[in-house]
Design a protein around this ligand. Sequence first.
Ligand code: NDP
Length: 295
Amino acid sequence: MTAIRIDGKAVAEALRATIGEAVASLNVTPGLAVVLVGEDPASQVYVRNKIKACAEAGIDSFHHTLPVETSQADLLELLDRLNADASVHGILVQLPLPGHIDEQTVIERIDPAKDVDGFHPVNVGRLSLGLPALEPCTPRGCVILAQSVQPDLSGLHAVIVGRSNIVGKPMAQMLLAENCTVTIAHSRTRDLAAMCRQADILVAAVGRPQMIKGEWIKPGAIVLDVGINRIPREDGSGKNRLVGDVAYAEAAEVASAITPVPGGVGPMTIAGLLRNTVIAAARLAGEAVPGSISR
Ligand code: NDP
């Protein structure tokens, strides 16, 4: 079997077009505040991409770059101002933060109604209770990609490798809500290969290049590769290339559908952020969330 290559870029572009239409249908202009502390080059790229994507969707963005030595108290004070600012509907603090700032304290200072990353305990709790919530963007992107090849996931056994708060755990809640039977694997799981072989849907969110081999995949499985890893290119150029947590070529021989890296899950994350910002703006403005983006 040669798997369908799930084109995350195309799915994300279609979603972004829908989001643009949803923005145009609102009476309020959604606004996203992006806060970056320090000058980490990768974070700068992520922030630039988010701001560009906002502009394309008709969303206002407010960029706050703070020096690396910014105190936690000053960062919290900025968040208080953004929480109170009626033109800001979404607040995103780019992670990781410098070591002297406690990430959880920062996450919990964001108004849950503006928490477009979906990391605040209120949104985490609401997601686990099956209540409307601002949901973490990457796992939601994975569900959308899985449903692009199999709309009804009901009854499938999903194995998620990785139990982080930003990917693995919310992924489990979302797939449970889609009536999957869910197993979460992690670094202490015994016989991970055998566990993966049981998966109708296999989600890899580990951060180890090409760790999941073709022979770990159940024939016909849907494979969603969240991992983003840089490894040296084979051409001796000294440059790096991106790979996922799954050995793509081997896995594609066995799976029915698989996301590539790059071009799979990654593009869905920014689309999810835009979607959350529009949902937050509609709710805060007392308008109906446009049906096209409310799922
Ligand atoms: P974390 O480092 O927070 O979590 C990694 C998880 O993998 C942990 O639960 C860990 O287990 C588990 N793990 C580590 N080694 C093994 C192993 N040998 N066998 C089984 N499980 C193992 O990572 P994140 O969830 O933040 O990210 C995972 C990957 O996804 C990274 O490559 C990251 O770059 C990428 N990512 C991509 C995004 C996108 O937009 N596409 C967004 C977010 C992340 P334990 O808990 O026991 O330590």
